[in-house]
Design a protein around this ligand. Structure first.
Ligand SMILES: [Zn+2]
Length: 303
């Protein structure tokens, strides 16, 4: 039956995840493929081949209302042209949406992966049943991911690239950032900075034990405080109904979540929004980006 599924695709630096998702969020045929074999050379052609094969193996021809593709980068406002993906340069500067539409004859939407993660968390935790709330998502993984959700949709700005919180400048920081600028807050507020810090200052400690063994070290206390600054800034700016926190760094063993929340409250404008901030935590799932992307496309198709 036509329009039964949206095919969700989540492209990360390590893995590409695909699944077929129904309107109520049921996931079928979930697969994980190493990204480097697909996102290389003629990445658009390879991806079209991977998707055509997926559709044929699972007999999804004629049953897919659309395809959602989440990428760790920036995309045009019409959700088609990819501007910048520092970790997957083979996808940069191309109208991937148009190319895939022409090759597969299925509508395609591309978006920042964090917009899809936030849509997933909002839907799964039923945080906006009336579609009238402002919800901010902060996902601390390799980088500092951020998504802004307003009244049922991801806020995308004039060019489609709103929410690049990791790339606001920090005062008197001039470290080069993957985006091409210097001094972005992500050079300090990210998993890759934490890994650098661990290598330099705690070389005998496995990264997974970092907070367990050294959580009270002034270097890590400072890392948590610094990480809270951009988060508190955006909360102060937008006074959200609630905040979702997620990502690999925040789910590390013994991550000092209470300290992190205290730092966010401390740096947020008082008395409000600081005094009644509502925090929720992202559900850890391999398929959040796949399902969240499908939710977003169903919402575009049937607003
Ligand atoms: Zn940057």
């Amino acid at each position: 039956m036509k329009d039964s599924y949206v095919i969700g695709v989540d492209i990360g630096g390590t893995n590409l995840r695909i699944g077929a998702v129904t309107k109520d969020g049921a996931l079928s045929f979930f697969e994980r493929i190493p990204s480097p074999g697909v996102i290389t050379g003629d990445a658009a052609g390879n991806l079209a081949g991977t998707l055509a094969d997926y559709i044929s193996r699972h007999d999804l021809g004629g049953k897919a209302a659309g395809i959602s593709i989440g990428i760790p980068g920036t995309v045009s406002k019409d959700k088609s042209f990819i501007y910048s993906v520092p970790n997957l340069p083979a996808l940069q500067n191309m109208d991937l949406g148009r190319i895939l539409r022409e090759k597969l004859d299925i509508p395609v939407w591309i978006d920042r992966d964090v917009n899809y993660l936030l849509m997933y968390d909002v839907r799964q935790q039923n945080l906006d049943p009336e579609r009238n709330r402002t919800i901010l998502g902060f996902y601390v993984g390799t980088g500092l991911g951020n998504a802004i959700y307003i009244h049922g949709h991801s806020y995308s700005g004039r060019n489609g690239v709103a929410g690049e919180l990791g790339h606001i400048p920090f005062y008197r920081v001039d470290t080069p950032c993957g985006c091409g600028n210097n001094g972005c807050c992500e050079t300090l507020c990210s998993g890759y900075h934490l890994a650098d810090l661990a290598r330099e200052s705690f070389p005998d400690c496995e990264i997974g034990d970092l907070f367990t063994r050294h959580g009270e070290d002034p270097l890590l206390i400072d890392f948590i405080d610094t990480l809270s600054l951009p988060v508190a800034s955006e909360i102060t700016l937008l006074d959200p109904d609630c905040v979702i926190l997620g990502g690999g760094v925040l789910s590390m063993k013994d991550f000092p979540m209470e300290r992190f929340l205290d730092c966010i409250r401390l740096h947020t404008r008082s008395p409000y929004p600081s005094e009644n901030l509502e925090f929720f935590f992202a559900e850890k799932s391999q398929a959040s980006g796949v399902i969240g992307g499908a939710f977003s496309v169903f919402r575009i198709l049937d607003p």
